[in-house]
Write a protein that binds this ligand. Structure first.
Ligand SMILES: NC(=O)c1ccc[n+]([C@@H]2O[C@H](COP(=O)([O-])OP(=O)(O)OC[C@H]3O[C@@H](n4cnc5c(N)ncnc54)[C@H](O)[C@@H]3O)[C@@H](O)[C@H]2O)c1
Length: 310
């Protein structure tokens, strides 16, 4: 039987790297993407195989999805509105794409039958975690419109597994980074400010702490989960490198030998900014996943080669 993948959000940061690294493990891949500002068509075209197809479509469009999703296939669902900052001003778009879009996709898969689904969630569904470590059974307490929309997608996916016994797995990862991430995210934004003079806006005092997970390590976890997880399982994926945002900016300033004040300015913090997310990655490690990338080496390469998608 042919191994067919329906890859939503395949032009975004995670989707394009998944495609680049794992395309040859599939007989055919259909990329389904709305082509928003975050989509990187140039990157995709560079690696595209002739037999694969790109469909421009919205995950909220039931009819188009129904026509596009093949039966007896796999779905990896990366498509999302992913930038937390934007969610404070345009939260309805986040709820529509992230919550309703995921529900629509699940419903299409339910009707089509025989589809194995990997849902990409986030560590932000746990909400702020200061002194405790969250595992996959911890309660979900989102604190911003982005994480609320992702939490609802996560819960609807769990429900589809419970009600319809559909083969669904869920992946909750830390902050991602790597080559050609869109310039809105903190690492490419800092690199862009240093290399191209666009002022970086630092929220509050930059006091929040984040773990960073390299995109290659993330997509290897997604691939492993797609093939090795049991139906209904949820996995946290953690990057062990942890840093305060202001220290991250200072680190990049030191490597580039440019003063922080030269390329950045402090702005009012978000209405709510989670201090940190402590997640346990015991379960994915038991499945055989290992983090391989070294943060310091990777960050240096991104900065020196200016590997930013703008
Ligand atoms: N970036 C991170 O740090 C991070 C961390 C944890 C989890 N995640 C999750 O990983 C997934 C991928 O994130 P990313 O960083 O690649 O996001 P991204 O913003 O880089 O890419 C999202 C892609 O989805 C597409 N898209 C947006 N709305 C769509 C719609 N309505 N229909 C179809 N396609 C649509 C966009 O065109 C884009 O190509 C998301 O589900 C995100 O919530 C991201």
């Amino acid at each position: 039987m042919q191994k067919i993948l329906f890859l939503t959000g395949g032009l975004g940061f995670a989707g394009k790297h998944y495609y680049k690294t794992y395309k040859n493990r599939w007989d055919k891949i259909i990329v389904y993407d709305k082509c928003t500002y975050a989509s990187d068509i140039t990157f995709f075209k560079k690696y595209k195989r002739r037999k694969d197809t790109l469909i421009k479509g919205d995950v909220c469009d039931f009819k188009k999805l129904y026509k596009s999703v093949p039966t007896k296939s796999y779905v990896i669902h990366f498509a999302a509105e992913s930038h937390v900052d934007n969610s404070f001003s345009t939260s309805l778009i986040f709820t529509k794409t992230n919550s309703l879009g995921t529900h629509t996709l699940l419903e299409v898969c339910r009707l089509k039958k025989n589809i194995k689904i990997t849902i990409i969630s986030t560590d932000e569904v746990y909400g702020e975690t200061r002194n405790i470590i969250k595992n996959e059974k911890s309660i979900l307490e989102p604190t911003n419109p982005y994480s609320a929309s992702k939490t609802s997608a996560d819960i609807i996916s769990q429900t589809y597994f419970k009600c319809y016994k559909m083969p669904i797995s869920i992946v909750r990862a830390n902050n991602l980074y790597g080559d050609y991430q869109y310039v809105e995210k903190i690492i490419p934004a800092t690199v862009n400010a240093i290399n191209d003079g666009k002022k970086l806006r630092i929220h509050g005092k930059g006091a929040s702490i984040r773990n960073f997970l390299h995109i290659d390590d993330f997509v290897s976890a997604v691939h492993l989960i797609t093939f090795k997880s049991k139906n209904g399982e949820i996995f946290n994926v953690k990057g062990k490198f942890k840093i305060k945002i202001i220290d991250l900016i200072k680190k990049l300033s030191k490597i580039s030998n440019k003063k922080v004040s030269k390329f950045s300015k402090f702005v009012k913090d978000r209405p709510f900014n989670d201090f940190t997310y402590n997640i346990s990655d015991k379960k994915i490690k038991l499945l055989g996943w290992k983090e391989k990338k070294n943060f310091n080496n990777e960050i240096k390469k991104i900065l020196e080669k200016n590997l930013v998608f703008k």
